[in-house]
Design a protein around this ligand. Structure first.
Ligand code: GLN
Length: 447
């Protein structure tokens, strides 16, 4: 009831697309009965959690914040969400985001932008912007988001909360509406590391419904949160010296690194000359995958169908023209272009090769150091409706976050002070694949 009331009082933030009032209350009642009758309680007993509108739930509408899914209800529940329910969490509602998770400001939603709770004239980041705000504003205790190129970490940084993108394949994608399948990761927002670790350990692990998910055993992250060794930390010269980096973010990152040195940890500068290629590689490969994944929205199988369609061809065309927003169309066209016969080798194949180089070089650094530290974002939250000369400028927002997705490694954003206008600053920590336990323990030490 407390959270339902907070949601009602903060409607202007535009966080929830659906609130599951009666269901949440009856689940709470059911949990109370469990206590009364002395039954054993799940790991997430009573945890009130919100779900980004890209994870499906049985008999519930899901929209990916797009008009094209209008009226569509899922026949099954995503594995990650089911695991929360199985451990006695309370799902409070579905949360706004950028359409099909494409964006960095939550402004690409067909349901209007979500506002940053610290400054209502600023964006919360994206694409999981509303999920970050839900935790920032205390509308629920935690939220599930997705991170294809930074969509959990960037909004976490903009809203002053903790957000993790785990290793690719750590969490089943069954029931996640695909954007770019070889990058998509389900991640967690929370106020602190312990909650985050507990939720990730519940949703991680093998799943017969997703053949790409790892069978590796899931450690109990939440029970390994003390860090008492000497860490070897690298920071990448090209990130700290990046022209676009806001001065206060640079300073707070350097202060953190200095503090680590003072505590006796090894902190060293490394170079990563390929940083400039990370964004183009990401945008070529993700648009290619998106153009293929989004071809299923054809006016026949899901949601919206243009009423004035008069034959099959016009049904496809009109439904997609009216159903998709601008940014989604831009990416479908870009992706179709890079996959086309005459350009496939020049763009798609080339980008796959560059991806391999970026991954190998990143993991090479991580074979010598335990962690890489860098800012999560080049700036703190920017104003809504910012003037940008061209839409690709928004893509620069992802400069520090996409490396982890291109490489498949886990990365987390934790709060690291505020700027002059009192907006939160995020610090990003990365480590090698499947070392979430160390990432959490070290982040806990840093917080
Ligand atoms: N901002 C990035 C993009 O627009 C990241 C999106 C994401 O991680 N879902 O592609």
């Amino acid at each position: 009831e407390h959270y339902l009331k907070s949601i009602e009082e903060n409607k202007h933030l535009n966080v929830f697309l659906d609130v599951y009032h009666s269901e949440a209350i009856s689940k709470a009642q059911e949990l109370q009965n469990k206590i009364d009758s002395g039954q054993s309680l799940g790991k997430l007993f009573g945890l009130v959690i919100g779900i980004k509108d890209v994870l499906v739930q049985k008999n519930k509408e899901v929209r990916s914040a797009s008009k094209i899914l209008e009226g569509f209800e899922s026949q099954f529940t995503a594995t990650s969400v089911q695991r929360l329910l199985d451990e006695d969490a309370i799902i409070i509602g579905s949360q706004n985001c950028d359409e099909f998770a494409m964006g960095s400001s939550n402004e690409n939603s067909a349901f209007g932008p979500t506002l940053n709770a610290d400054d209502n004239l600023k964006v919360p980041g994206g694409s999981s912007g509303a999920s970050a705000v839900s935790v920032q504003a205390g509308l629920c205790m935690a939220a599930l988001g997705t991170d294809t190129g930074g969509s959990v970490r960037q909004p976490a940084a903009f809203c002053g909360v903790v957000g993790i993108k785990p290793t690719y394949s750590r969490v089943s994608r069954y029931g996640l509406i695909a954007f770019a399948s070889s990058f998509d990761c389900i991640g967690v927002f929370s106020k602190n590391i312990e909650d985050n670790a507990l939720i990730l350990e519940v949703i991680s692990g093998s799943d017969d419904y997703d053949s790409t998910v790892s069978n590796k055993e899931v450690p109990e992250y939440s029970k390994q949160l003390s860090f008492n060794k000497k860490a070897r930390v690298a920071f990448i010269k090209e990130t700290i010296e990046n022209e676009a980096l806001q001065e206060e973010i640079k300073n707070s990152t350097l202060e953190r690194l200095n503090w680590l040195k003072e505590q006796g940890h090894e902190v060293e500068e490394v170079t990563f000359p390929h940083l400039d290629y990370v964004l183009p590689t990401y945008y070529i490969l993700t648009t290619a995958e998106a153009s293929s994944n989004l071809s299923r929205f054809d006016g026949v199988r899901y949601g919206y169908r243009a009423p004035e369609a008069y034959n099959m061809e016009s049904m496809y065309k009109l439904s997609r023209t009216q159903g998709f927003g601008e940014e989604v169309k831009r990416r479908i066209m870009l992706g179709t272009f890079v996959l086309s016969a005459s350009y496939y080798d020049a763009y798609y194949t080339k980008a796959q090769k560059v991806r391999r180089i970026i991954r190998d070089e990143t993991r090479d650094i991580l074979s010598k150091y335990d962690f890489i530290i860098m800012p999560t974002t080049p700036s703190t939250a920017f104003p809504l409706n910012s003037d940008r000369e061209n839409p690709a400028e928004m893509y620069l927002e992802d400069i520090f976050t996409v490396q982890a997705n291109v490489s498949g490694i886990p990365a987390i954003s934790i709060p690291n002070g505020r700027d002059k206008s009192n907006m939160p600053i995020g610090l990003q920590v990365m480590t090698d694949v499947f070392k979430e336990n160390e990432l959490y323990a070290f982040s806990n030490y840093l917080m």
